[in-house]
Design a protein. Sequence first.
Length: 137
Amino acid sequence: MRARSLRGSLAALVAATALLAGGSQAVAAQPLSQAKTVSFHTLAPATVQDRVYLTTVIDQWTHYTPDSKTSSHAGTLYRGTSYFYCYTAGEVYTNNGRTSGWWLLTDDDTGHRNVYVNEVNLDDYGWEHDIDLLQHC
């Protein structure tokens, strides 16, 4: 894995710690009768509705799970600018002269929602910044 995966993990840990600290103070400051139960999901830094637009350089299959198996094939994401929701770890995949285990959640161009593509087919900017721009699924 590239060094940026560690950087992204550390940044996520710092952000989550700040959110937890801020969230607990906000709940503690309320009178007990008005206090809400705060769960981990309430404190997540973003929702799956947040979209980051990145560019892919080839048409590619999408998958229902973060792997390249034919059995998980969903549809097609055409090359060009598309939106992505988040990234997650999955099968290590090699294509386009790159290797990665990071898979990006998106909706494809053939009508399939919440499907994955590997980051190896992003343009140079996306390849370098996707983990910094997207939240972890």
